[in-house]
Design a protein around this ligand. Structure first.
Ligand SMILES: [Zn+2]
Length: 307
């Protein structure tokens, strides 16, 4: 068997293992990467934001992955949130989208190999092309399609176990990115940012989002970067709109109108885990943490959902 065939067959085995577990076991995602890099003193200034760590602090990035794996994550997400070609243009690095994305995935894969859990899965992140929280900065559908197809193909060629289309705040971009990811043959999760009423940041309803996304047959639909305290009611709505596996990874604070980060009770891992238990009771079988969460949050979740 050639090296290529060996790697393809290993990849297929991992894909089948993920598909066997999805919806039947509660799988834990990791916690935040961007805010965790910052907390550990890594420069994540714009325009590169968290992508800067791939080039300038790979050892810190790897340690974050390792800490989440040690805490008990079943799925870690490679730091590809800001490695679209489009996002690298302003740094003059758009010619390096493939190499930077592959490097981020390689760091995550290496972390898994060196961890206590070598069967953990590596997700490749696909984020919105524009600002995550400003849906009005929408790009044209053709630009979205071109960029998300390119990113999906780069992630698929990097050998990720799944693609996590995340932090989507408009139906059109969620749909385009999900289609692009699914077309690679990689298992695909799609995750939306909602408010407590179940509206996307664009104002579109979760019901309409589900009506567009469910027919594409992603492997799971999640909600992320919504406050841990608020996500339950949106999750309960989502459960009504689909029988696909669902999940949530919430944040532990929010930006007020003056752009100051306000911490909530869910900053405490125990309180966060209590929230997560209510999501699990509402049907969520994929649970992790978004902005502000740390390895301690995942470790406390692991205690609540033992292997
Ligand atoms: Zn977040």
């Amino acid at each position: 068997m050639s090296m290529n065939n060996i790697s393809n067959s290993r990849h297929n085995t991992r894909k089948r293992s993920l598909e066997r577990k999805l919806g039947y076991e509660t799988l834990l995602l990791d916690g935040a990467t961007g805010t965790e890099l910052e907390r550990r003193g890594v420069d994540i200034s714009l325009p590169l934001w968290s992508a800067r760590a791939i080039l300038h602090a790979p050892e810190v990035l790897m340690q974050i992955h390792l800490d989440y794996l040690l805490a008990g994550a079943d799925i870690i997400t490679a730091n590809t949130f800001r490695t679209h070609r489009h996002n690298l243009v302003s740094s003059g690095m758009d010619g390096q989208a493939t190499s930077i994305t592959h490097k981020a995935v390689a760091i995550a894969q290496k972390s898994v190999r060196f961890s206590n859990n070598p069967s953990a899965f590596v997700a490749g992140s696909i984020a919105p092309l524009g600002d995550s929280y400003t849906p009005s900065n929408m790009l044209s559908a053709s630009t979205l399609e071109e960029e998300h197809c390119l990113m999906s193909n780069i992630l698929a060629s990097s050998g990720v176990d799944l693609i996590l289309v995340e932090t989507m705040n408009t139906i059109i971009e969620a749909e385009i990115a999900t289609r692009a990811a699914i077309s690679t043959g990689c298992p695909t999760f799609i995750s939306l940012v909602c408010d407590r009423d179940g509206s996307l940041l664009s104002g579109e309803s979760l019901c309409d989002a589900a009506a567009s996304l469910v027919p594409l047959k992603p492997h799971a639909i999640l909600l992320n970067c919504t406050s841990a305290i608020d996500v339950l009611s949106a999750l309960q709505k989502l459960r009504k709109y689909t029988s696909l596996p669902i999940g949530a990874y919430a944040n532990v604070g929010y930006l007020n109108k003056d752009k100051h980060w306000i911490q909530t009770k869910a900053v405490e891992p125990d309180y966060y885990a209590k929230c997560a238990l209510s999501w699990n009771k509402a049907g969520a079988t994929l649970i992790g943490g978004c902005c502000g969460t740390q390895p301690d949050h995942i470790a406390t979740l692991r205690d609540m959902f033992p292997w």
